[in-house]
Design a protein around this ligand. Structure first.
Ligand code: T4K
Length: 420
């Protein structure tokens, strides 16, 4: 336990964790079930191309979400590209800048201009009023993102989309198993996309899925996922290779069987972080609406530098020094990343809510690889730093540190002037 500043690694104390603590360490599930499925698929000699495990995975997801169609893919980025084409998007599509860069890249990759929009002042999701203001004659759709599994204002967005004749899609990469006003995410808008990447609550090693009630989108997406082949030797549309393999579907099915357990663990972790960081000035653990279904996969703190005396980047670096790989999901906003920041259309773009959020949030380790003891230790470090922010800054500024000189320089530089 870190009880005083001298216990911190940056002042020469011992490393808090020998083993690196990650955000999104994969949940494994039942190994025996997975290995039995691997034996089956090897015996069957059917390894990919719409095999039985993929079809079973798709059915399970469609049932869970309550939609007509699920098209499993190799990952969510390809799923976004396919969904955008299947929904016949073109020209400009409005998206939040506060998202993983894949949301923007998927559009840009297929020649659609992502129009970055601000999030609501309380964050973390796209602001419907800002969406409406961003609509131009070139706009063909809106692609909302349910950041950290927290649902977008889908009803308002749906009303705007209807009024302007736009398609409404959602990047639900974080939101498998979450609900919005009692409806499962996945059933909103024209289509939604899930990620089953290794770091997600339910994982298929790598994987994604398009879910929709729209027969046309589903039919086109199915073709596009497999090079546009309607049957042997018959190509009826443009396509790509976006297929999920059988081994990924085997993992996905196994992971789905443990979903309730993963969610329970995430919930307990989230509650523990909230309990142990409660009443800590300047630190807020972002709350989930417990009236909805949540996967509680991301535990996110917001840091108020004016109160703590140290900014988010200082917390980030101090935690990394202790072998805690807290993550800045998301930093910076997409509009400040290449290739967008160098393009003239984004050069003067200012998104104040996004920029404020990207400077203040930090995701903490959770999931089945994290124990209550690990969470307590992480909270103890955060509490120590948050309650001694100004002292830490002064000690580092005066050169009193026993670890990396460069780190000290960064710690004082990234946080800006003291607000004492
Ligand atoms: N839309 C949104 C809103 C998204 O957040 C994402 C992906 C996508 C679309 C695209 O989905 P996919 O095409 O990936 O299906 C990670 C994930 O790779 C990425 O899937 C995820 N979002 C994003 C939020 O996080 P990175 O580059 O920040 O971290 P990564 O994958 O290197 O690893 C995360 C941590 O987990 C590391 O600290 C190490 C640990 N780890 C990772 C892997 C892969 C393990 O312990 N074991 C592992 O097998 O993107």
């Amino acid at each position: 336990m870190k009880l005083s500043l001298d216990d911190l690694r940056i002042f020469g104390g011992p490393l808090a964790f020998d083993e690196t603590q990650h955000v999104g360490r994969p949940n494994i599930g039942n190994r025996d079930r997975l290995l039995a499925r691997l034996d089956d698929l090897l015996d069957r000699r059917w390894l990919t191309n719409n095999g039985p495990y993929v079809q079973e995975f798709e059915q399970r997801i469609a049932d869970l979400v309550g939609v007509k169609h699920c098209i499993a893919t190799s990952n969510a980025t390809v799923a976004l590209e396919i969904a955008a084409r299947a929904a016949e998007l073109s020209g400009e599509v409005i998206i939040p800048s506060f998202t993983f860069v894949a949301t923007a890249h998927a559009l840009q990759w297929i020649g659609i201009t992502p129009v970055f929009c601000d999030v609501e002042s309380e964050g973390p999701n796209i602001d419907p009023d800002a969406v409406e203001k961003a609509i131009t004659p070139a706009t063909s759709g809106i692609l909302g993102v349910h950041v950290w599994g927290k649902p977008c204002g889908a009803d308002r967005l749906g009303e705007i989309a209807r009024r302007y004749g736009l398609r409404l899609l959602f990047d639900a990469a974080h939101a498998f198993g979450c609900s919005y006003r009692g409806r499962m995410i996945g059933s909103l808008g024209d289509a939604e996309v899930f990620s089953f990447h290794a770091t997600k609550c339910v994982n298929a090693f790598e994987g994604g899925a398009i879910v929709t009630n729209d027969d046309g989108i589903a039919a086109r997406a199915k073709l596009m996922r497999n090079f546009g082949f309607a049957t042997y030797d018959v190509v009826t549309s443009l396509g790509i290779n976006g297929k999920m393999t059988e081994i990924c579907a085997a993992m996905g099915l196994t992971s789905l069987e443990s979903m309730a357990q993963f969610t329970r663990i995430n919930y307990d972790n989230y509650r523990q972080y909230r309990r142990e960081l409660a009443d800590l000035p300047g630190i807020t653990v972002m709350a989930y609406d417990e009236g909805e279904q949540n996967n509680y996969h991301y535990v996110v703190i917001e840091i108020d530098e004016l109160t703590t005396g140290l900014g988010r980047d200082a917390f980030h670096q101090i935690l990394w020094e202790e072998n805690v790989r807290a993550r800045r999901y998301f930093y910076p906003g997409c509009h400040q990343l290449e290739p967008y920041r160098s393009l003239p259309r984004y050069a003067d773009l200012s998104l104040p809510n996004t920029e404020r959020l990207t400077a203040r949030v930090l995701c903490l380790p959770s999931g089945s690889a994290v124990t209550p003891g690990i969470i307590s230790e992480i909270c103890q470090i955060i509490r120590l730093v948050a309650t001694h922010g100004r002292e830490i800054r002064e000690r580092l500024s005066s050169g009193e540190f026993r670890t990396s000189r460069q780190l000290a320089a960064n710690l004082t530089a990234v946080s800006g002037p003291s607000h004492a």
